[in-house]
Design a protein around this ligand. Structure first.
Ligand SMILES: CC(C)(COP(=O)(O)OP(=O)(O)OC[C@H]1O[C@@H](n2cnc3c(N)ncnc32)[C@H](O)[C@@H]1OP(=O)(O)O)[C@@H](O)C(=O)NCCC(=O)NCCS
Length: 174
């Protein structure tokens, strides 16, 4: 298994995998509203490959949470016939390790707490935040990259500017 940075030639296979995993109607979901019109954080988007074939994909988007720049983890998907082989865990561990080296202070996601709990994501950290649409309460999770970053944070989660990740990456290199 290899985890490599997503490249343009992976895009079509990723779309097929996301359609298969979440359905074509996924674009109406609340987490997709936060992604609309905003490119993902390219430096954090990776794919899992095996024998050159796409097995899984993880992307991150920039968002604003109560006025602070944050990351939205996902979508994460693994090819159905290859689930349970560690691709998902490997992609998340890799993505979070890279995110920790950047300058975002916390990560949000809408997903299964039984899966994401192992990485430290918890609903307790997002109680003060509101998403711009319906979501299942137990599935809105947060993880602090800087201890205390979500402590007492109250407000709305909104889309970031289209340039958000590019600007932050450039600032980190400067
Ligand atoms: C969820 C998903 C990404 C997991 O990827 P994966 O490569 O199959 O997972 P891994 O092999 O890395 O991890 C396997 C572990 O996760 C657990 N797991 C997988 N899906 C789970 C879920 N929905 N809830 C709880 N645990 C889950 C397995 O039981 C296993 O646990 P173990 O390590 O204790 O044995 C994959 O099943 C998938 O693509 N599902 C459809 C899309 C989806 O739901 N994406 C996540 C958005 S919430």
């Amino acid at each position: 298994m290899e985890i490599v940075a997503e490249r343009p030639e992976h895009a079509a296979a990723i779309e097929t995998l996301l359609d298969l995993s979440f359905g074509a109607e996924r674009h109406a979901r609340t987490s997709y509203r936060l992604r609309r019109g905003v490119p993902p954080c390219a430096a954090l988007c990776h794919v899992a490959l095996e024998e050159g074939e796409l097995r899984g994909s993880l992307r991150f988007w920039p968002v604003i949470a109560a006025g602070q720049a944050a990351l939205l983890l996902g979508p994460l998907a693994v090819a159905p016939e290859h689930r349970g082989r560690g691709f998902g865990v490997a992609l998340i561990r890799h993505g979070l390790a890279l995110a920790e080296r950047g300058d975002h202070r916390f990560v949000l996601l809408v997903g299964d707490p039984d899966y994401y709990g192992r990485f430290g994501f918890t609903r307790n950290l997002t109680r003060g935040l509101t998403l711009p649409g319906p979501f299942e309460d137990r599935r809105f999770l947060g993880l602090e990259l800087t201890p205390g970053a979500l402590d007492g944070l109250t407000g709305n989660v909104t889309s970031a500017a289209a340039s958000a990740c590019r600007v932050r990456a450039a600032a980190a290199l400067a």
